[in-house]
Each structure stands twice: as structure tokens, then as C-alpha cells.
Design a protein around this ligand. Sequence first.
Ligand code: AMP
Length: 453
Amino acid sequence: MSFSELGLAEELVRAVTEAGYTQPTPIQSQAIPAILAGGDLLAGAQTGTGKTAGFTLPILQRLMAVRRPTSPAPRALVLTPTRELAAQVEESVRIYGKYAGLRSIAIFGGVGINPQIATLRRGVDILVATPGRLLDHHQQHTVDLSQVQILVLDEADRMLDMGFIKDIKRILSLLPRQRQNLLFSATFSDDIKALADSLLDRPAMIQVARRNSTVEIIAQKVHPVDRERKRELLTELIRANNWYQVLVFTRTKHGANRLAEQLGKDGISALAIHGNKSQGARTRALAEFKANQLQVLVATDIAARGIDIDQLPHVVNFDLPNVAEDYVHRIGRTGRAGATGEAISLVCVDEFGLLRDIERVIGRVLEQEVVPGFEPDLNIKPEPIQRSRASGPGRSPGHAKNGSQRGREQRSAPQGAPKRQSDTRRSGGPARPGAPRPASSGPDGRRGGGRGG
Ligand code: AMP
């Protein structure tokens, strides 16, 4: 089925064709007609499935179809969990809306509010926003939400995970009651189901293949290596294979900075992006990386969330994520929209418990390959993993609810770990014969309060 057969206007079909899309993805084939029909939608889809075009295109069409009102107030509102995602969704609106003659803006924190106020005053049709900054505008009476006809909650699970539920409810209370609601979520916890129940009216339901199945096309490999030799191994891999556009994940912001610095000393151009960097610095780093001027981008999970780079060839997990599902999000940066990619994990003795969790989530055992010269020293004992759990804007420590992924993770934390503020120890026996088994610990795997990402 083609884009025009889905009922999209010629202006939109022209724009997607120019973007190089020949055929709608499964989420697009289902979501576009459903949204054009005007009803509510509940969609299970992750980043990488083409979901953004899946809601952006029909929204553009619905807004194009009616005369622009005289009010400058937005008619569609897209809420996203992070600044990066807001910026990227709005960029998609511009790309797909190139010939639609509609106006859009992304508003998020970390950048000056005045240019946003000026644009809002001139008038926008589609507003893409993170919840915190949107509420700032509301408080200052610089945004008028009374004309919103279509609401999108993008990555709703992530928004709840990041503690945005109160903000979302507050925003919902500011919108007209009569409107079209679209909820996109990768996972369906009880919290998401409750939100969907309260928000959606007889929604169309769409579920496209979980990222886990997209994962099939990504070559994944584990290199066991000593904790202290990871950086050396990474440099070796990048040099020996002449890798470009390598996205490297670290667990903490500090780790990201340190690694980028060390790679620089090794003569490999690298920058770190995370929540402590200014928005300008993050945008610049991303632009350089996309333009292939930067060999390595080092990121924390939240900062990388929603990074949209086509056919990113290499993703490296310098540290394994604490939450197994983040692994799936991370490696989803490669192998997008049909391209193949490669995901490498550098795993030290501390991380074999995490590795087992990941293997359980993706439903397969990852191939392990020791790089000659980097054989792990079997006498090294596992140590607790430093945790500065990435969190996003507006996230407060300890908000994770029981029943959420992170809540489950806390409850399943093993017995007897040393309880330092930002440390927690993961269990897990040896993932290979001879790997030392970490001491076990208590159920109170306390979260570090760090605001990462
Ligand atoms: P998303 O899931 O919205 O983050 O999109 C993932 C990636 O797929 C983005 O880089 C899009 O540019 C790309 N994409 C979206 N729709 C299509 C399509 N129909 N054909 C090819 N690529 C697409």
C-alpha cells in the first residue's frame, strides 16, 4: 500500500517521497487511516517503527483540511518526555509538512523562553512540548491551550517513568473536553492502562511488532573484558575496524564525560551528551555527529532517547544499562527502518547479572567473543555497580512506582549489598563458567538520586 492509498493529500505524499520513503511502515499503514477517521487511538509502538510519521502525517492533513482560524492558539499538541524527542518530532513535522503551510514549534526547558513566547504569539498550528516547560508557559499566560483539537502523548510509558503523571493530568485539565486523543507507548504497564482508560474514548488499537523483533536484524555481540580495560578495548575496536558514527552508552553522566575526554586523548573525536550539558551543546554535538564530523557520541540513556539518526552503524554499550529494557532502546538506534546494524557490549565481571536480565528480555543468549589481548582476568572480583540512574527533566528521585519496570527492578535487587547512597549491587550468578558470583544483597536496592541523562 502506498502513502496516497492511505488517503494522504498530495502535499504530504510529495514531502514523504522527498524524504526517501517509498512505502508506509506497518504502524503508518494502520495509524494513518485510523487518525484520519477522527477517533482516539491507542498504539503500541517503539521508536524506530516510524510512529512519528504515523501520527504527524494525519494530524497535518486534518489541520490542512480546515481553514486556519484567526486565533494564534495551537490546534494540535504533542507531549514528549524529553527535549530531544520534542525537537525531533517537531523537525519531522517540518519535514512532512514542508508543503502543508502549517506552523509548528517545539517548546522545552534548558533554552530561553522568550523566543518561544514570540513564536507562540505569532501563532502556531502544532505545538510539540515537554510537560514542564509547557506548564511554565501556561503559568505565564504565554500559551493558550483552549483550541487544542488533537492531543498526542508520545512515549507515554517513558513520561510516566519519568514522573510526569501529575503534569500530564494538569495539562489535560487545560484542554477542551472535545478532542481527539492519541496515545503511543512502547509498553503497557497498569499505569499506562489506567491513563488510557481515563483518556481515550473507544480507541482504535494498534500494536506493531515490539522492538524486540526488530532486534533480530541487529548483529549483537558481547566482548567480555576487565572493568579497567574497557576504554582501551573500545579505542582498539574503533581503530582496528575504522568505525565512524559510533554511539556509545555509559551509565552515568560522569562516565560519559570521562570517556569522551579519554577517547579524545586517544586521537578519536568524541563528545558527550547528557542532562548537564546545555541544550545548545547537545544540539551541536548531535549535528556534528550526524554530519560525520564527530567519530563518537557518548550518551546516557535519557539523553540518547529518541535520537533519530538513520542507519547508525554502530552502537556500543560501554556499560550495560541497569534496566534490561533500556538495552533494547539503546540498540534500537542502529538497524532502523530496515537497515542492518551492529551492537557491541563491553561486559565486565560486575555486569553478568545485568547481561542475564537482558538476555531474558530479548529472548536469546548473546554471542560472547573475547578479543585477543583483552582476556578477562578471572581473579578479579565483582564490585557493586555505580548508579546514577538517568532521569529527565522534572524527575524527582524515588518516584518510581511499584509495578513499573524500575519498581520491579528495585524489588528484585538481591540481598546484603553494601548500602551506599548511589550504589546498588545486582545479583546474578556467573554467566559463564568460572565467572565469580557476586555476594548477594537485600531487597532494598536503593536508587541513587542522581539526575542523569
Ligand atoms: P520513528 O519511529 O518515528 O522514530 O522513525 C524511525 C525512523 O524511520 C526515522 O528515521 C524515520 O525517518 C524513518 N522512517 C519513518 N517512516 C519511514 C518510511 N515509511 N520508510 C522509511 N523510513 C521511514
